[in-house]
Design a protein around this ligand. Structure first.
Ligand code: ASP
Length: 311
């Protein structure tokens, strides 16, 4: 039994391991761990306290995948609910669908009995306002919702090195079943309605008991274009080692063209319960904890260089 997470999963990993020790499933562990990150107001990249879109609205994305059944559920651009990972799980369990977005996702959350909440914290609102006002004339900022053209402001305000963040959890339970979960408030100051890789199965999240699982943080647009999480798992299926599969999935990103290319990070687990992680930035870490360990280990991600470019 093991739980692997991105470093900001530190507030939830011990609880996730405890769920496994108590006989919970990999899906239970992933959900429990991620809920604690979503509730952490100091994490401005996930759940409550997350930085908003360019209009000041917090829009959340999350997905969960059961590697035993290959079932998955996801919500995207969800406003007004603090635990998108739990709503994603309900999509997986209650609906014939995989992904609900926007008003439909919020409607389903209400239908399933989730409690609505204001998601923009005063701290996140302050940072959003400061960031936008650095570039925008005051009269424009005051009438933001009425602006016919937001696209240039999104490009100006969205700093690829600082505006991102997401939580990834992968768990393997006592039965050897694997699950993978991802939750994020997406890129800060993004265009309203923008979805990243986190709610897209195959892009930011993939789990298959027979081979392993992978989850991404970083520039979601790149993971969508290269189908990064699914690629890593497919490379495992084709017989590569975990180190080879992760490196190859990262190298695929180097083939992307275009004006907007930034960072990518992957955490992964193979079917034997071996963890690994990869990053396009040097010195980045991830965490994991096996059920017989008293606390998590922080380990270095394998660095794989990919080009970055902005504008
Ligand atoms: N992958 C997330 C997204 O593109 C953001 C991040 O992890 O930095 O929405």
């Amino acid at each position: 039994m093991i739980v692997v997470a991105s470093s900001n999963g530190i507030v939830g990993i011990q609880t996730a391991v405890q769920v496994l020790r108590a006989g919970g499933t990999a899906v239970d562990a992933v959900e429990a761990g991620i809920r604690l990150v979503e509730a952490n107001p100091d994490d401005h990249t996930v759940g409550y306290g997350g930085y908003p879109n360019i209009l000041g609205q917090v829009e959340l994305d999350a997905s969960i995948m059961n590697g035993r059944t290959l079932e998955s559920g996801a919500v995207a651009a969800l406003q007004g609910y603090p635990h998108p990972i739990s709503i994603a799980r309900k999509v997986m369990e209650e609906l014939p669908h995989v992904l609900l977005a926007g008003a439909g996702a919020a409607r389903f959350a209400a239908e399933m009995g989730f409690t609505a909440q204001e998601m923009l914290t005063p701290e996140a609102q302050r940072v959003w306002q400061e960031r936008l006002q650095r570039h925008m004339p005051p009269e424009l900022f005051a009438n933001l919702h009425a602006q016919p053209a937001l696209r240039d402001w999104v490009r100006l305000a969205t700093d690829p090195e600082r505006a991102g963040g997401t939580v990834n959890f992968i768990a393997q339970d006592a039965h050897g079943d694997i699950a993978c979960g991802v939750s994020t408030s997406g890129w800060a100051w993004k265009y309203p309605g923008r979805l990243g890789d986190s709610p897209i199965i195959g892009a930011g999240n993939y789990a298959d008991n027979r081979y392993g699982a992978a989850a991404c943080t970083g520039m979601g647009e790149m993971a969508i274009r290269a189908a990064t999480a699914r690629s890593l798992v497919l490379y495992l299926k084709m017989g590569m080692t975990l180190a080879e599969a992760g490196t190859e999935a990262m190298r695929d990103l180097a083939d992307l063209h275009g004006r907007f290319l930034s960072v990518m990070n992957i955490i992964a687990l193979d079917r034997h319960g071996q963890p690994a992680a990869f990053s396009s930035q040097q010195g980045k870490t991830y965490i994991y904890q096996r059920a017989d360990m008293v606390e998590p280990i922080e380990a270095l991600r394998t660095f794989v260089a990919i080009p970055t470019r902005w504008g």
